[in-house]
Write a protein that binds this ligand. Structure first.
Ligand code: HAS
Length: 543
């Protein structure tokens, strides 16, 4: 991509990995606190660093990385550069996001926003935390509009042609994000900000939680889709193959745009204020959203097998040996995909009403999301950084850096086996999530959990070492690696793939359908919550 795009994309990615590094420090401290190795000093609360960890890792690292990566992907596949207006919006979005992040970091560090990354009521933060979060989101909207502008301009200049796959999937990701964030924007502007400024006394908590989860679940697909972009369109080139099917790839992304939002009640299954018929509908749609991921698993195996066979592999699993195991770009991606299998199974368990009663609010859920976003998604972002950063800075991924990248992947996986594995078991034993290191007055059940907390801590320490390696690699590749050229791999579509139906490119249809599904899933329950509000609460002030 050209120099201007490189500068923009790199600016986003460097903020992302700075946030990642800070979040990793908070993460290891938490693990050590719960494992009983350290006790947080009075000036630095457990919940304060838990909030910092969640916000920096889950909201800042991901959003900045995704926007930076997608801008580069759009430029790469629409002629090498962004439109001037698209790039301008990219920079405006960047600064809004930076200002919003700074406000959030300051309010958390000054202990004025200890409300966790899921910042719904009744816990109340300083209004400046909510304003910061709103700016982060509005900034990402402006960046998204910049991407839409580049995409539309390409379409106008290339009438009748199929749009480039990466640009199409990037647009799908940002469309999903625009729809999803409407919920949290409404919550912040209409509820949280007026309430935290003291303009209103009480808040409708069930509405606040519902608007949050309207956003909170599609948020996870906003994290996942950029990883899928890499798995579908970039990974085939790295392994020496082709994109298995352009049509199926587009269909999978369209399915995510359609079904990601009206499923948020699966986070509220144990909540009394919502009737079971709406929960039933959301659970049904949740099971439907697992379908595009299962199609993805099929597509990935198909890609691996075709590559293997083209390289002379035989037998059912002969392809396995033909994959480029020495290449860190592939190695980390493969581990990411592998981890997504147990991660996805965990998700389906969570979504089943009766099983949710067992796992809800336990550390099982924390184990689930460390495998999904913390492993499948994060490791994909690491793999992308190994070629994208040198591509943007005109440098090379050296052999040593490649090997360190592989070591990073191994360490991250071992750390997750300890951490996420013990979290899953602990959750099944009833260990609650989001509690500071406590033995509940030396209760025998709580004491029996301690060995698992210690395993979690060991995992956390290994992950911290892996995070230090990753951040060092990022800055090495950005500023110190030898000058050279690193390719931005883009897979071509296999010749034998079927023609892509034009309807898949008709965004008006898909966005309208998505809005209709959201109205079906949320229209009546939200109206009901507004018309028959539960008694309002004043909230728990954390500042
Ligand atoms: Fe989830 C809670 C259900 C996917 C993240 N989830 C969370 C939270 C987060 C999160 C952050 O229904 C906690 C929120 C909080 O703080 O309270 N989740 C699901 C379901 C899926 C799912 C059904 N989650 C994700 C993804 C996430 C994520 C993706 C982040 C990126 N989740 C839930 C539910 C809860 C929940 C409940 C609420 C729990 C509660 O009570 O609080 C599905 O989308 C999963 C589908 C995935 C698959 C896997 C396909 C496998 C593939 C890999 C193929 C591998 C290959 C390589 C080819 C069906 C594509 C292998 C090679 C070999 C050689 C073997």
């Amino acid at each position: 991509v050209d120099r201007k795009t490189s500068k923009l994309s790199l600016a986003y990615i460097l903020v992302a990995f700075t946030a990642f590094g800070l979040a990793a420090i908070c993460g290891v401290l938490q693990g050590m606190d719960r494992g009983g190795a350290v006790t947080m000093p009075t000036w630095l609360g457990y919940y304060q660093i838990l909030t910092a960890h969640g916000v920096l890792m889950g909201l800042v690292f991901t959003t900045f990385f995704i926007v930076g990566f997608l801008f580069a992907g759009i430029a790469r596949t629409t002629g090498g550069s962004l439109t001037p207006a698209g790039a301008r919006m990219g920079w405006i979005g960047y600064w809004l996001m930076v200002i919003g992040t700074a406000m959030d970091v300051v309010t958390i560090l000054t202990n004025n926003a200890t409300v966790l990354y899921t910042f719904y009521a009744p816990m109340k933060a300083s209004p400046y935390f909510y304003i910061g979060a709103t700016l982060l989101i509005v900034g990402s909207w402006v960046a998204g509009w910049g991407m839409f502008h580049c995409f539309q301009t390409w379409r106008k200049n290339n009438p009748g042609q199929r749009t480039p796959l990466i640009a199409f999937t990037a647009v799908a990701t940002m469309v999903l994000w625009q729809l999803a964030t409407l919920g949290v924007a409404a919550e912040a502007l209409l509820q949280l900000i007026p309430w935290s400024f003291g303009w209103v006394d009480k808040i409708n908590v069930v509405l606040s939680r519902t608007l949050f989860w309207f956003f909170g679940h599609p948020l996870v697909y906003f994290w996942l889709l950029p990883a899928y972009i890499c798995w579908y369109t970039i990974m085939p080139k790295i392994v020496g193959g082709k994109v298995f099917s352009d049509a199926i790839t587009r269909m999978v992304f369209v399915l995510f745009v359609l079904i990601s939002t009206p499923i948020g009640f699966h986070h509220q299954l144990m909540e009394p204020g919502i009737s079971e018929k709406w929960k039933f509908l959301h659970v049904g749609l949740t099971m439907a959203i697992a379908l595009p991921s299962m199609i993805t698993a099929f597509m990935l195996f198909a890609t691996f097998e075709s590559v293997g066979r083209a390289k002379g592999a035989s037998g059912l699993f002969g392809w396995f040996k033909k994959l480029p195991w020495g290449d860190a770009r592939f190695f980390s991606l493969f581990l990411a995909m592998l981890w997504f299998i147990p991660a996805g199974i965990g998700g389906i368990i969570n979504a089943s009403n009766q099983l949710n009663a067992v796992v809800h609010n336990t550390v099982w859920v924390t184990g689930h999301f460390h495998l999904t976003v913390g492993t499948a998604v994060a490791m994909t972002f690491f793999a992308i950084s190994y070629w994208l950063i040198p591509h943007l800075t005109g440098r090379k991924l050296t052999k040593t850096a490649n090997d360190i990248g592989k070591l990073q992947g191994v360490l991250w996986s071992i750390g997750m086996i300890f951490m996420s594995g013990s979290m899953h078991i602990l959750g099944l034993l009833g260990g609650p999530r989001r509690t500071a290191g406590t033995t509940y007055g030396d209760d025998p059940t709580a004491l029996s959990w301690m060995p698992l907390h210690k395993l979690t801590m060991i995992g956390g320490i290994i992950l911290f070492i892996a995070a230090v390696i990753q951040v060092s690699l990022v800055f090495y590749l950005a500023f110190k690696a030898p000058k050279g050229e690193e390719e931005f791999p883009v897979g071509e579509v296999a010749e034998e793939a079927q023609e892509t139906p034009r309807i898949l490119e008709r965004w008006k249809i898909w966005v309208t359908l998505a809005v209709v599904l959201i109205l079906i899933g949320y229209g009546i329950p939200i109206t009901d919550m507004i018309q028959n509000p539960p008694p309002g609460v004043e909230g728990i002030r954390t500042w």
